[in-house]
Design a protein around this ligand. Sequence first.
Ligand code: IMP
Ligand code: MG
Length: 418
Amino acid sequence: MTTRYRVEYALKTHRRDQLIEWIKGLLAVPFVLHSQPTAVFEPHHEGSTEKMAAIAHRRYAEIMRDVEALINDHIAHQRAGTEQNSKLKLLVPAVSKFFTPLLLHDAFVYQDTRRFISHRRFVAPSFNDVRLILNTAQVMSLVRAGPLDLITFDGDVTLYDDGQSLTPDNPVIPRILELMRKGTRIGIVTAAGYTEARRYYERLHGLLDAIKQSDMPQDYKQNLIVLGGESSYLFKASGTEEHLLDYVPRPDWILKEMESWTDEDVAELLDVAEAALKECVKNMRLPADVIRKERAVGIVPTAGRRFAREQLEETVLVTQKILEMSPVGRRLPFCAFNGGNDVFVDIGDKSWGVLACQRFYGGIEGSKTLHVGDQFLSAGANDFKARLACTTAWIASPAETCNLLDEISELDAAVQRK
Ligand code: IMP
Ligand code: MG
């Protein structure tokens, strides 16, 4: 039973996104009924491809419109305080709060002109198709509702490749500058936890130098902050020659609720986490170094080694469970996550990080904030918690982040033209 329980539940459910899987399942029906795989070996099939694609397109689009309506109904329930009773909640129990409607029909039409989903005969609408449609639906809704006040970005895999830095040649730089010129505030909400501005400058220098050199007004240049260690350290862009990032003392930015996170509890939680990590290292004979910081503890592979995916997942799940069961883990928010080739436990999480950015800029709402990240699985992923604070977009690479920002710019231009 233990094995079955672990394989079916503990290891699998956190690797699936219920909403995406459910939409994928709905789209599979018209795919099965209308795709024509046999046509590829039949003569004169050219015309039939377009006919098939038109029918599949119509059916997929209808489904997306229906899902859009179910989400609107869920939002109406949220407003009435009865979201537990919505039909969507019954169908997809994992759904939580929607900060805005999602324009799924229009987003599907948009993505179908790029990915030609309806033209496919052998490959049904996939997880990635649905993920990208959801991202487009989210930005369509945000942009059509007026200017986006705040975009927060994760660092690794979202702005630059895992473990790398944001160098001057990174194509995301002009796109972020364009947003800043329009008055959008930027937050970089990363797990990378350093106490000194210099370390963040090293990771982000391409962007920070470009902001300094740009001709945008001085006060716009200051509209970028870095929240490191998920929600632990805040630095503000100064836009001046001497310091490109200024440290903001904790009392100047933390939320009221964070005042109760005592140093004793922080130390106790990190002790429990460190013991759990060491237990995993011992059990699985991991070639690991333990790194203990002021507000984080993690394991990284010894030089030249890598952890297997299963070892990373096992370590995260064991550590998270032990922390959840501990008294201090019930008092203090924490985030245990799989960083691709390391496992870290941080104090706080990205929901607090995003909330702190919103507050720092004077109280920006969740419906006017977008968090872009790569880690949205429900366990062992650190961007997931941002969903509690704002709208989100789930990207899979820095190139997808650029595509998303281009979509925002395109949609914004279309709204301005109207
Ligand atoms: P993110 O994708 O920007 O959230 O960065 C996650 C990565 O930052 C992790 O995978 C680690 O490699 C690295 N990192 C460096 N310092 C810390 C820390 O204090 N806590 C968590 N991750 C850290
Ligand atoms: Mg990341």
